[in-house]
Design a protein around this ligand. Structure first.
Ligand SMILES: *Cc1c(COP(=O)(O)O)cnc(C)c1O
Length: 460
């Protein structure tokens, strides 16, 4: 048999055919759930009792393994795309993005080099270019889709330090005893992880009453001592509260001191697409690099982080791996995604987002994100209205943090466990300044006001 473009198709035996159909059938079934079952974790002893030895010399056969996955293993995972999964930052991929993830898997494209992946890299780069343009970055900005925000932040910071170091060496200046970067005290844990990996120090800058990093606080904290500071990281939407730092003011301070400005927008930069919140992100235009996770609020499946550099060449000289067998790949005309982050082999994980954008158009994204924000503001009003509940902070994006009067951590935990056990929602306790609270992180277009009100009603 041949396909319309002349490729040969192999004839598969009946058993393979059957497995293929069953796998597609399962994928179809999973995608048809409305909503998917929330499910929940099981203990290791429960799983031991329910799951036989699966990795054996003979194998157990695909049909059986698939059935074990569907009926036992999958049920012991929480569906992140359930509309009432409101913990951490959920993941709510579009139909098109999920479908295309299957195609990426079926295509075996090496996404690390232009030589092997040109068509895929070209499409991924269109998405990066679009993100850069939305952020107000100049032409030529670009980067790579890495596995997640943790790796994106690390890769950007390594490029920042490399750039600072080269600048000092080029002018014959001595290197600082310790390298440091500054970020707000509410910045994401991945920055501490990056500092550990890089063996550098963090200068924590206190936030203002609204939870934002400001330009003044940055200046004041450093008190004119910028020695060893190779980057300032501002957050475009904190994970816990969805608070956006004063990006423009912070960016201006970094320019005055000639220091790399990185914006961690893993969750929040998506909100630059929404009319209501666009203005909060004007300062990203000043950034030397930013990240945003499509698996958070750009409706793409796990796992993807778009890392964008204002001047990608600075990322390239930092991260390119050199080896005799890799040198065939180094053609200056060609864009090798591996060169722009701490990674080599990669799947073209930006493609599900590309296909989804191409399918629905950018306007649908703006609308969906705006709708999440309006829902967050609306449920915040309902929380304000209820005498037994208190908003911890006014939401800026789509995270709503609140407390129940008189509740201790045990009360939140008991309530949260029951909510999950009843299959209603996944809303875990959180805390702020040692005080327990809970939060709704809303990034799923299927999350409804009514279901959020129902969840509030269960807090008794
Ligand atoms: C989620 C998040 C990260 C880490 O991203 P991963 O994809 O989980 O590695 C970093 N920064 C912020 C602000 C985040 O919300």
């Amino acid at each position: 048999m041949t396909t319309p473009n002349g490729n040969h198709m192999h004839t598969v035996d009946l058993e393979t055919m059957k497995l293929r159909e069953q796998v597609f059938e399962y994928a179809r079934r999973r995608m048809n759930y409305d909503p998917p079952p929330l499910d929940g974790p099981k203990t290791i002893s429960e799983l031991r009792a329910a799951v036989p030895a699966t990795v054996t010399e003979e194998g157990m056969g695909g049909i059986e393994a698939l059935s074990l996955f569907e009926n036992v293993l999958a049920e012991a995972t929480i569906s992140n795309d359930h509309p009432n999964y409101l913990s951490f930052i959920p993941c709510a991929p579009t139909e098109a993005a999920t479908l295309f993830d299957l195609i990426v898997s079926a295509s075996t494209i090496y996404g690390g080099s232009w030589m092997e992946g040109a068509g895929a890299v070209y499409a991924e780069n269109q998405v990066l270019e679009w993100l850069a343009t939305e952020a107000g970055m100049p032409e030529g900005a670009g980067g790579v889709f890495v596995q997640g925000g943790t790796l994106g932040n690390l890769s950007a910071l390594v490029a920042a330090r490399h750039t600072a170091k080269e600048a000092l060496l080029a002018t014959g200046k001595s290197l600082p005893a310790r390298w440091r970067f500054a970020c707000s005290s509410e910045a994401h844990s991945s920055l501490k992880a990056a500092a550990r990996v890089m063996d550098v120090d963090i200068v924590p800058v206190p936030v203002n009453a609204e939870g934002r990093l400001t330009g003044e606080a940055l200046e004041k904290t450093l008190e004119g001592d910028w020695d060893g500071i190779f980057a300032v990281v501002a957050t475009g939407g904190t994970t816990n509260f969805g608070i956006v730092d004063e990006l423009e003011a912070v960016g201006k301070v970094t320019k005055a001191h000639n220091v790399w400005f990185h914006v961690d927008g893993a969750y929040g930069i998506a909100a630059m697409l929404a009319p209501t919140t666009k203005h909060l992100f004007a300062g990203v235009a000043l950034a030397d690099s930013f990240i945003v996770d499509p698996h958070k609020w750009l409706f793409a499946p796990f796992d993807a982080c778009a890392l964008v550099y204002r001047d990608p060449e600075l990322g390239r000289v930092t991260h390119t791996q050199h080896a005799e067998y890799l040198d065939a790949l180094e053609n200056p005309e060609e864009w090798n995604p591996s060169d722009y982050a701490y990674n080599l082999t990669r799947r073209p994980r930006g493609l599900p987002l590309w296909f989804s954008l191409a399918t629905y158009g950018v306007a649908a994204y703006r609308e969906a994100i705006e709708q999440n924000i309006q829902l967050a503001y609306k449920i915040a009003n309902e929380i304000r209205r209820r005498p037994d509940l208190d908003l911890v902070r006014d939401p800026q994006l789509s995270v709503v943090v609140f407390t129940k009067k008189g509740w201790k951590l045990e009360d939140y935990t008991r309530w949260s466990n029951k909510l999950l056990a009843d299959g209603i929602g996944f809303v875990v306790p959180s805390s702020h300044k040692g005080e327990p609270n809970t939060r709704f992180a809303i990034v799923n277009p299927r999350t409804s006001y009514e279901s959020l009100v129902e969840i509030l009603d269960t807090m008794v």
